[in-house]
Design a protein around this ligand. Structure first.
Ligand code: ASP
Length: 345
C-alpha cells in the first residue's frame, strides 16, 4: 500500500528524517535564538541589592559604569584574540577587585571585628576543576589565589591563615590588611552595627548596605566555559562566616555541557538552594534553555523563600542570562558587536 502511495511515502520519509536528526533531540524546548552561536561571550556583575537612582549620585553612577566597562574591555580583548575563558575571567575580575566601588579586593566590606575577610572561587567548565579561598586577609587579588588552588594544589577550598600561607608560597601579591580599608565601607559597618542594635537584624537586603560581590563568566572561541566570583562577604559578619561565593554549586559553577555562572546575593540562601548548580542541572536534565532555568531559580524558587540576589552567566551557545530579584544589579556583557552595562531594572 505504501509503495502505491507516493504522498504517504513522502510523509513517512520526512517523519523518519526528523526523528533521526541529531538536532531533533538537542533542540527540544529550545528556540532558534537559544542555539545561536556567539564566537565568544563574557558577562560580569558587581553585586545585587537595593539600588535606586536616589541613592546613587550621577558621578558615582558614571564611575561605576566606567569600571564595569573597563572590566568588560579587558575580558573581551583576551577572548577576541583567542585567549582562554579562564584567563578572561581572572583578568576581568582583577579589574573589579582593584576598584573600590565593589565589595571585593580593595573595596571589601568589614567584619563585625573591623577586619576584612575575603572569599573567592574559580571554575573551569571543560574539566570541572575548581579552586576557592575563604577568609583570606592579606591577598590583594583573591581570584588569583582561587585559581592557584585549582591549578597548583590537590584541594578545592582553603581557608583563613592556611589560604594566606598558600598564596604567599605561590608568590601571589600580599598586602598589609590596611590596604583593604576604605572610609565608605567603615561607615557602612558603623551603620550596620547601629541598625543591629536597634532591630536585632544582622543583615538586610532592604538596608542601604547592598551587596557588591563581583563575578565573571565567559565562553571562549574554543567553546570552553569558565567562571569566577570574588567578595568581601557581608558587612558585620562574625565568627569567620563564609558565604556562597567560594562554594562550588552555590556562588559559582561552570560546565561546558551547560553554562558558567557567578552568583551574588544573600549567601546563606544561595548555599542552601545550590543556586548555580541548580540552574545547570535543569539545563542538563530537563534540557531547559539557560534564560528559563536561571529565571525560574532566581525569580521563583529563591524569591519565594526570601532569598535575594541574582546571577550572571553564559551558556555553551554564548547566550547571556542576568536575572536578579533585587531592585538592581551592577551587570554587563560583551559578545562580538554587542555590549551592555546595566544597573537598574
Ligand atoms: N553572596 C555574598 C555573600 O553572601 C555577598 C554578595 O553577593 O554581595 O557573602
Amino acid at each position: 500500500m505504501i509503495k502505491n502511495n507516493p504522498a504517504l511515502c513522502l510523509l513517512l520519509g520526512i517523519l523518519f528524517l526528523i526523528a533521526c536528526s541529531p538536532a531533533g533531540s538537542d533542540t527540544k524546548n529550545k528556540s532558534k535564538d537559544d542555539l545561536k552561536q556567539a564566537e565568544y561571550a563574557l558577562a560580569i556583575h558587581g553585586g545585587a541589592g537595593t539600588m535606586s537612582k536616589a541613592n546613587l549620585t550621577p558621578e558615582t553612577e558614571k564611575s561605576i559604569r566606567e569600571a564595569l566597562n573597563n572590566a568588560l574591555s579587558i575580558g573581551e580583548e583576551i577572548l577576541k584574540n583567542g585567549g582562554t575563558a579562564m584567563d578572561a575571567v581572572e583578568q576581568t575580575i582583577i579589574v573589579l577587585e582593584n576598584s573600590s566601588h565593589f565589595n571585593a579586593g580593595k573595596g571589601a566590606v568589614f567584619t563585625n571585628a573591623g577586619t576584612n575577610e575575603l572569599d573567592a572561587s574559580f571554575m573551569d567548565g571543560a574539566t570541572r576543576n575548581a579552586g576557592a579561598v575563604g577568609g583570606v586577609t592579606v591577598v590583594k587579588n583573591p581570584i588569583k589565589a582561587a585559581r592557584a588552588v585549582m591549578e597548583k594544589s590537590a584541594h578545592v577550598l582553603l581557608t583563613g591563615e592556611g589560604a594566606n600561607q598558600f598564596a604567599r608560597e605561590q608568590n601571589i601579591e600580599i598586602v598589609d590588611p590596611s590596604y583593604f580599608h576604605t572610609d565608605r565601607r567603615w561607615e557602612s559597618l558603623q551603620k550596620a552595627k547601629a541598625r543591629e542594635e536597634q532591630t536585632g537584624e544582622l543583615f538586610s537586603i532592604d538596608s542601604p548596605f547592598k551587596y557588591g560581590t563581583v563575578g565573571c563568566a565567559a565562553l571562549d572561541k574554543s567553546g570552553n566555559l569558565a567562571a569566577g566570583t570574588s567578595t568581601g562577604g557581608m558587612t558585620n559578619k562574625r565568627y569567620n562566616r563564609i558565604g556562597d561565593s567560594p562554594i562550588v554549586g552555590a556562588g559559582i559553577y561552570a560546565n561546558n555541557n551547560t553554562c558558567a555562572i557567578s552568583s551574588t546575593g544573600h549567601g546563606e540562601f544561595f548555599i542552601r538552594f545550590a543556586v548555580a548548580y541548580d540552574i545547570s542541572a535543569m539545563m542538563e536534565y530537563k534540557e531547559m534553555p539557560f534564560q528559563e532555568a536561571a529565571d525560574f531559580v532566581i525569580n521563583q524558587k529563591l524569591k519565594a523563600e526570601g532569598g535575594s540576589g541574582g546571577i550572571i552567566g553564559v551558556d555553551k551557545y554564548g547566550n547571556v542570562a542576568m536575572p536578579f530579584n533585587t531592585s538592581g544589579m551592577y551587570r554587563g556583557y560583551v559578545k562580538p558587536g554587542e555590549r551592555e552595562v546595566l544597573i537598574f531594572r
